[in-house]
Design a binder for this molecule. Sequence first.
Ligand code: MG
Length: 506
Amino acid sequence: MSEKTELSPKMKKLIELAAELEDLGHVNALLGWDQQTNMPSGGAEERGLQMAAVGRIMHEKFTSEEVGALIADLEDEIGDLNAETDQARSVKVAKREYDKQTKVPLPLLMDTIQTTTMAHGAWEEAKSKSDFSIFKPHLEKIVDLRKQYAALFEPYDHVYDPLLDDFEPGMKTAEVKEIFNILRPQQVELLQAIAEKEPPDNSFLKQHYDEERQEIIGRYVITRFGYDWNRGRLDLAAHPFTTQFGQGDVRITTRYLKDDAGSALFSTMHEAGHAMYAQGIPRKYRRHPLSGAASLAIHESQSRLWENLVGRSKEFWTFLYPSMQMLFPQYLANVSMEDFYRGINKVQPSFIRVEADEATYNMHIMLRLEIEIGLMEGTIDVADLPEIWNAKMEDYLGITPPNDSVGVLQDVHWSGGMIGYFPTYALGNLASVQLWDKMLETHPNIPDEIAQGKFDTILGWMRENVHQYGSKYEPQEIMLKATGSKITPEPYIKYLNQKYSDIYHL
Ligand code: MG
């Protein structure tokens, strides 16, 4: 059946509801953006209340019996409609979300909001004092609440499935474990081979790089990539992120470290990758049930693709390095492009996930996944986390954190109740290479284009194969459509081996 079919009154109603919820969601996003960029610290408490108020209105609007009846009627109505139409998919997406949200009893929801609000403050204090005991009782409560949440979705294959599914629709714990089981030994082997070689010098990056010039190069690069400034802006925030208040306003943030020229530049590319995905969702899905992204892993595939496959490639620096040398002659005039390229790709096991290089990054994720699964299965106690964390770091990366602040307390996720989120980072890495490889089959001249500073073929391919679907398809459906395969580790392993064989002469 054609998509041009006149929408039924009920379908119109669903779209109106989605539009209203999206408006409210964007109001909250704006409050959140302001909170992280401009708000004085004194505003924190009331801002938290404001955001919770908007969230509550959204929840009440969406989980009403009326909406349930509307979705049920629409399921009957579209019964004979092709399951691939936007209408059928809109109902499917709404039903999935409705079933999830209405399963959660209000007391559990309120308890979770209260607990995570308190936990966030405790986590900040624990991290700053490097004292896990401050965070421990909060995390114990959070794990308990997450177990109660998972129990609502019985029967499941694995207790971690309902949590994972919130971030990666349709993905199962068994699938992730299988992928990581293939990935782990191969990445360990690569890291061992790298460790035996002379590391490249990257001291030229750790100098006093002028902030204004860092900003100039960052803005220049993402403009060339195709970030649309008429529908975006770049601000400063302590932790780089992307947010949007509609298709016409997709913002990114960054931070400039004076003694690390790479940090802001690569994180700006990363956030621009997220933002270009959001800017690429078609106009027809504006204020619509399918307006979102497919999943966090698909989102991360876009950010990692621009940051790593483009931004850390030799071709890219063939294009950009002369400009970089001109902006920072005092540090780079005597550094060859080849040495610069090797320097920005130096592999070094480190404590902090967000600063990890491509060869070690996934190890940080595997460690977290094992801990999260253990917590949910009840085989790991919160009290033992610092010890378990450090043992796994030693096991995977050969280093032991000197304190919990750079160990078990480093990430914000658990304080917010976000258990199940981490695997999407690694899955995004894998997906980025699969998409890249497929794109190169059709456009083998892309590396040459990159060397000339031309990026529109890449963005065009992503628009056509990923962005155009919004949240119409589940992540694995998008991967199948775009690459002919679900998320799989082999292309990523091959990519890492090739890249580091060249850089480290393995
Ligand atoms: Mg990201």
